[in-house]
Write a protein that binds this ligand. Sequence first.
Ligand SMILES: *[C@@H]1O[C@H](CO)[C@@H](O)[C@H](O)[C@H]1NC(C)=O
Ligand SMILES: *[C@@H]1O[C@H](CO)[C@@H](O)[C@H](O)[C@H]1NC(C)=O
Ligand SMILES: *[C@@H]1O[C@H](CO)[C@@H](O)[C@H](O)[C@H]1NC(C)=O
Ligand SMILES: *[C@@H]1O[C@H](CO)[C@@H](O)[C@H](O)[C@H]1NC(C)=O
Length: 293
Amino acid sequence: MKRQYFPTTTTFTLLWLAAILAPIVTLPPISGDENDQYTKCGVLFNCGSLTGIDYPFSSRDRPEECGHPGLKLACENNTATILINNLKYRVLDLDQKAQILKIARSDLSQNPCTEELKNTTLDWGLFEYASSYMNLTFLYGCPSLGVMVPYQFDCPVKGIAERSGYVELGVGAPLSGFCHVSIVVPVSYPSLVNFTDLVQLEELVAKGFEVRYKVDSGACRECRNSRGRCGWDVTGKRFACFCSDQSAAESKTCAATVVGAAGSYSSRAPTATVAPSASARIVRWKLTKLRKP
Ligand SMILES: *[C@@H]1O[C@H](CO)[C@@H](O)[C@H](O)[C@H]1NC(C)=O
Ligand SMILES: *[C@@H]1O[C@H](CO)[C@@H](O)[C@H](O)[C@H]1NC(C)=O
Ligand SMILES: *[C@@H]1O[C@H](CO)[C@@H](O)[C@H](O)[C@H]1NC(C)=O
Ligand SMILES: *[C@@H]1O[C@H](CO)[C@@H](O)[C@H](O)[C@H]1NC(C)=O
């Protein structure tokens, strides 16, 4: 009698446990992670005068799966910044429709003395100049020329006795042969017309230059039209479209899943029907094990 009673109690306990645990155990792997990306990528980047920035940009509050890996924004002292080839730029303006960034080297915004004696080399796979610009060459560690040269400055350079510096227009200008280091810095061309002294030159550098980011916007448009949120497939290194109920990383749209405002609720239905049948399967499997001698 007792032997018959035992499995019945176990069955009841198992069913009861499965009913309670099933929604907790089965829901997160199916929809939780993907919903998480959808939610996270809905957060917009705001910093100073830049507001409402989303894909293809990521930031502290928009994790890496929300933007292109080369377009990570930060916010310092109410100014947006971006790292390009390990050099920090201030983002002065951002036109998401035209895909144009106006950037200026952060290290050269105050004066020509910088620790980062590096050329302004952008990632040309991702960026291109968006408007006319001109190269300036900043020369460091030069001997004092003893004559008046426009755009002359004084900066210490590590390990070099000569402290004089000059700015020349263009690249490969005549003075460069006398100096230890030179860096090329682009500036916006139209504003170059009026510069006459170093202070104005510095203002010019601080005003930056415009680059276009070459990220295909077509896929994102399709994704948004289907009520998805644009993002980045970090492992696949490609565009991803996140939907409110599931990942659509394989396609660019959240087709068929969301129709109308009730969509986000009805889309949970498949998950709900999966859970009981799965737990029923577990119960059946456990019962089979119990019946074995
Ligand atoms: C932000 O402000 C602090 C204090 O004024 C300064 O030390 C720091 O260099 C600033 N950072 C940037 C990126 O301008
Ligand atoms: C920057 O580029 C110029 C020519 O384009 C080159 O002569 C110079 O050595 C480079 N400077 C650095 C620091 O790499
Ligand atoms: C600026 O300098 C780079 C090399 O540092 C060169 O490739 C580019 O053509 C120059 N642009 C202009 C407008 O002179
Ligand atoms: C240059 O200066 C002239 C007169 O001083 C002014 O009319 C013009 O708008 C200035 N150009 C730029 C690009 O600032």
